[in-house]
Design a protein around this ligand. Structure first.
Ligand code: PBG
Length: 333
């Protein structure tokens, strides 16, 4: 119950806004570098840092350069990095075998970072879209994205990442049953301490556009992902997905995209109390960068305000391409 509040003038709500000192004192939520997971894109080659036009400031890096980036992130105090592979059309196949190749560039990056920057936690992406000839997160048979055969492949992919040294497995595919299957496989293989951060409430969103350019999936993708990603009109279904994934063995859960789905973040935190993350996705990043570049908004302030919004909505952390820039700002330079 809300305590009763005396009427004006006994209550003047502006009293606690009168100075920076008092505002700091009564502030409910804080944003710190501990809140960030930084998504990075890794590609083949050496010495390569390639800009992504739809994501200004974001690079596709070869393994050696991803290691440098991880070093820089750790030095800024960023606790975790998330590896996404970029694959050209020529590296994509119908059987998606690259996804569980122990030597694919994502797995090579995991090993190299573990070696050089052991203090940063490494998260992965589990889905077939970065290896699939048609850009879908699962196998396609007669136009249908098939579930159970895909789950078997996802398990192999997750195991190869755990073997490479990943700390947090990130299934982003939205197939049914994958969390339980991956958890069981990790337990059997002796990877009891490997965590799963499930993309549990992932919506079929137009905000992923720039990411699909970044991983090389835009040209490849046929059709849409509406038979496995969620309908933006739904909220209760997100709760069922979160409950299901926690029951199957997820340690942490994610809502994606971020800002347009803060109501879902709040419901997840209130109803489950589990470690809750949001993904401020590529389209959200691109919009802020574009408006900033045009001088239409103050980019740095909008960045920090958008990240604070996730904390207010109940998130424990945020996957954000802004992680290094925000970390620098929070350090005061
Ligand atoms: C797919 C995946 C996507 C993102 C992360 N993993 C895109 C999709 O579902 O098509 C999007 C991230 C972003 O937009 O920043 N496995």
């Amino acid at each position: 119950m809300r305590p009763t509040q005396s009427p004006y003038p006994a209550t003047r709500l502006r009293r606690t806004r009168q100075s920076a000192a008092i505002r700091g004192l009564v502030r409910q939520n804080t944003l710190t570098v501990d809140d960030f997971i930084w998504p990075v894109f890794v590609r083949s080659g050496e010495g390569i840092e390639e800009p992504i036009p739809s994501m200004p400031g974001v690079l596709r890096r070869s393994v050696d350069k991803v290691v440098d980036a991880a070093r820089e992130a750790a030095d800024l105090g960023i606790p975790a990095i998330c590896i996404f592979p970029y694959t050209g059309l020529e590296e994509r196949t119908e059987d998606c075998a690259g996804a569980w190749d122990p030597d694919n560039h994502a797995n090579r990056a995991i090993r190299a970072i573990k070696d050089a920057v052991p203090e940063i936690a490494i998260m992965t992406d589990v889905a077939l879209d970065t290896y699939n000839i048609n850009g879908h997160d699962g196998f396609v048979e007669d136009g249908e994205i098939v579930n159970d055969r895909t789950v078997e492949a996802l398990v192999k992919m997750a195991l190869s990442q755990a073997e490479a040294g990943a700390d947090i497995i990130g299934p982003s595919d939205m197939m049914d049953g994958r969390i339980g299957a991956i958890r069981q496989a990790l337990e059997s293989a002796g990877h009891q301490n490997v965590m799963i951060l499930s993309y549990a409430a992932k919506y079929a969103s137009a905000f992923y556009g720039p990411f699909r350019d970044a991983v090389g999936a835009s040209g490849a993708l046929t059709g849409d992902k509406k038979t496995y990603q969620m309908d933006p009109g739904n909220s209760d279904e997100a709760m069922r997905l979160i409950e299901r994934d926690l029951t199957e063995g997820a340690d942490m859960v994610m809502v994606k995209p971020g800002l347009p789905y803060l109501d879902i973040c709040r419901r997840v935190k209130t109803e489950f109390g589990a470690p809750t993350f949001a993904y401020q996705v590529s389209g959200e990043y691109a919009m802020i960068k574009a408006a900033g570049a045009n001088g239409w908004v103050d980019e740095n302030r909008v960045m920090l305000e958008s990240l604070m919004a996730f904390k207010r909505a109940g998130c424990d952390g945020i996957l954000t391409y802004f992680a290094p820039a925000a970390a620098r700002l929070l350090r005061g330079g």
